[in-house]
Design a protein around this ligand. Structure first.
Ligand code: S3P
Length: 169
């Protein structure tokens, strides 16, 4: 494994689950950006958005990515909106391989519909909104990705094996 592995992709594409499984399979450490930001800020993601706004949260993401450049051979599960800031793509490219997990809006909806921890989807929990936001971000995700893995109708093991195979090529 050369450098870090960054898992990116829309909310509900399985980044955290896959990162934890890869941690075991590759015997390395996994880091969860959202959790690290919550720890640093001492408040939940919905509270950060409500009290300080999205820009503040995006600043925290950029700062964290700069810090993560010091790490070696870790798996980073990124927040779904990390590609929104162009400079973040550069920070990730400088420190490792970027793997995009993709899923259809319907799959994403099924995976996130009962979760209240995603302020971006507050009041917008429907397939149409998810499809629209995904389309808006699509170019950024594609620009960032070194490897793309489709996750629809695949289990965790299948996805991880596919990732490991792509990393070996
Ligand atoms: C966001 C995705 C979330 C979290 C925040 C914003 C986004 O991460 O960073 O709620 O803008 O897509 P997950 O993709 O892990 O849910």
């Amino acid at each position: 494994m050369k450098g870090n592995i960054f898992l990116i992709g829309f909310m509900g594409t399985g980044k955290s689950t896959i990162a934890r499984e890869l941690e075991k399979m590759l015997n390395t450490e996994c880091m969860e950006m959202d959790e690290m930001i919550v720890e640093r800020q001492g408040m939940s993601i919905p509270d950060i958005f409500e009290q300080y706004g999205e820009d503040y949260f995006r600043d925290a993401e950029s700062e964290l990515l700069i810090d993560l450049k010091k790490k070696e051979n870790v798996i980073v599960s990124c927040g779904g909106g990390v590609v929104v800031r162009q400079e973040n793509i550069g920070y990730m490219k400088e420190s490792g391989t970027i793997i995009l997990l993709s899923a259809t809006p319907q799959t994403v909806y099924e995976r996130v519909k009962n979760n209240r921890n995603r302020p971006i989807l507050n009041g917008n929990m429907n397939v149409e909104y998810i499809a629209g936001l995904m389309e808006k971000r699509r170019e950024k995700y594609e620009e960032a990705a070194d490897i793309t893995i489709i996750t629809d109708n695949k289990n965790v093991e299948e996805i991880c094996k596919e990732i490991i195979k792509s990393l070996e090529n």
